[in-house]
Design a protein around this ligand. Structure first.
Ligand code: ADP
Length: 479
């Protein structure tokens, strides 16, 4: 199958007739050829978005809301098809993929509502001959750059609030997962989105990224991906002083206190670690358990982890699909080997396999628990993005917090305790944007998602998410 870009409301070939291949990460099979865009196609998309901005931003919010509601309904009607496309190109089990589609759709529904609640303010002036009005207006044309680990939700979480606010957009999905994006755009077209309001360009990240960053018509970049690329984009944004929202890497700690409900803690650890094969920015990267309950916790955790099944995401009872590619697999394997060389003990897992002739596909890694951990192991500071969790120990609450905060990342952290005061105290002390207190799955459309420190800038979700796409205008009226 050949797939095209979507520019100015037209399904568009690459200007140079170039294509790139999309492969199934479980098997290496080629599942599609996608038109490969670069600078010229991106400029065309920016022009289309720029031309469409005036009409789209002037529409009554209720009409933008109608389009988003239609898109939401179409996504729900097609959830199984989108889920299967996602499993084909990304690898996660079909059930989990459909779960992501529903999660992604929930942002469309939320911002269809939120579009109508972009309120301004009046402020009492210091003198009787003045009136002060505060308006909110869309920032303008936005560029959205999204990763492969959540091929549907990272697009809807950015585009729904952008369109709701009245912005127009250029979306660049990850090279590995363009097909889910294409399906979402087909549905957006069916929902009646006017031409040029949202555009989809695929291809060279560097060329498309550079074209977006250099163009002064693009007023905002919203990005989800690695901290390394995020830093480059922040620096590039300085040239034209673009507004940026950045959802970057993480290194989530999960703290288990001796007063925790251990079943809840194990369930939360599994949910936050092994979902999407651990390829999640809010995934637990390191567990710290209080010394007195270490053996009991590890025993319970390992028993549950052993029940998890690895395989092709299309097999019925699979919990973990393939790693996205060889590089991801090697990184995980190296972290495990290096930890073992430094004294870590493999409680379960610790091995992987390569089940394809394709050199970049068919990489599976067993869900792994490591113990006997020291804080100087690489896995305790480098993002793993795979199904491996080291379990270290702490003695006191103060020490747990110190360990948890000892990182440049600050996206998500988890803690398990049945002691209310401790729960509040530790939650407040964690230098993280998202805290799961007895909760391994905090991501939800109503709430603000985003990080402290080098994990990002800005928030997605809730009433916070639409503000990222709004400028504040103050009108001073002299009477
Ligand atoms: P990940 O490791 O999760 O793939 P990346 O940061 O490499 O994270 O990629 C996230 C997104 O950023 C992808 O769409 C990728 O193509 C894009 N990207 C990578 N490098 C650049 C760049 N130099 N400029 C713009 N976008 C980029």
């Amino acid at each position: 199958m050949n797939y095209k870009m979507y520019i100015g409301g037209e399904w568009t070939e690459s200007f140079n007739n170039e294509y790139f291949e999309v492969i199934n990460p479980a098997t290496g099979e080629i599942i599609g050829q996608v038109a490969k865009g670069g600078e010229a196609e991106t400029k065309e998309a920016i022009t289309a978005a720029h031309d469409a901005f005036k009409d789209w931003s002037s529409l009554p919010a209720s009409q933008r809301s109608d389009v988003l509601n239609k898109w939401y309904n179409l996504i729900i009607e097609n959830k199984e098809e989108i889920g299967k496309i996602m499993t084909l190109e990304q690898g996660k089990p079909v059930k989990e993929a459909i779960g992501e589609v529903l999660y992604g759709a929930s942002f469309v529904q939320w911002y269809a509502e939120e579009a109508k609640r972009v309120y301004g303010e009046t402020i009492p002036a210091a003198t009787s001959d003045k009136r002060i009005l505060v308006h909110k207006q869309p920032v303008g044309v936005i560029g959205a750059i999204t990763p492969w680990n959540f091929p549907a939700a990272m697009i809807t979480r950015k585009i729904a609030p952008a369109l709701a606010a009245g912005c127009t957009a250029i979306v660049k999905p990850a090279f590995k997962t363009p097909l889910t994006a294409i399906k979402l755009f087909e549905l957006l077209e069916q929902a009646g989105l006017p031409k040029g309001v949202a555009n989809l360009v695929m291809g060279s990240a560097n060329e498309i990224g550079t074209a977006l960053m250099n163009d002064s018509r693009v007023r905002k970049i919203t990005f989800t991906g690695s901290t390394e690329v995020g830093k480059k984009l922040i620096a590039d944004a300085a040239k034209t002083v673009k507004n940026v929202s950045m959802e970057l890497g993480g290194h989530a700690p999960l703290l288990v206190f001796e007063d925790a409900d251990l079943d809840k803690a194990v369930e939360g650890s599994i949910a936050s670690k092994f979902r999407n094969c651990g390829q999640v920015c809010v995934a637990t990267n390191r567990i710290y358990v209080q010394e007195s309950i270490k053996d009991k916790f590890i025993e319970k955790l390992v028993a549950k982890v052993k029940e998890l099944k690895v395989g092709d995401g299309f097999s019925e009872d699979v919990d973990l699909g393939p790693m996205v590619n060889r590089e991801g697999y090697q990184k995980v394997d190296e972290q495990v080997q290096s930890a073992v060389a430094m004294g870590a003990k493999i409680e379960t897992g610790g091995t992987g396999s390569h089940k394809s002739d394709h050199e970049d596909a068919g990489y599976f890694y067993e869900p792994t628990v490591l113990s006997n951990i020291t804080n100087n192991m690489h896995i305790m500071s480098d993002e793993t993005f795979g199904p491996v969790v080291p379990v270290a120990t702490f003695k006191t609450e103060e020490e747990a917090l110190r360990f948890a905060n000892d990182t440049n990342y600050g996206l998500a952290a988890y803690l398990f305790t049945e002691n209310l005061s401790r729960g509040i105290r530790v939650s407040e002390g964690l230098e993280y944007g998202i805290v799961g207190l007895n909760d391994g799955r905090p991501s939800i459309a109503q709430a603000p998602f985003g990080g402290f420190k080098e994990s990002g800038i800005g928030r997605e979700g809730g009433h916070f998410g639409i503000k990222e796409f709004l400028e504040i205008k103050y009108i001073s009226i002299g009477l």
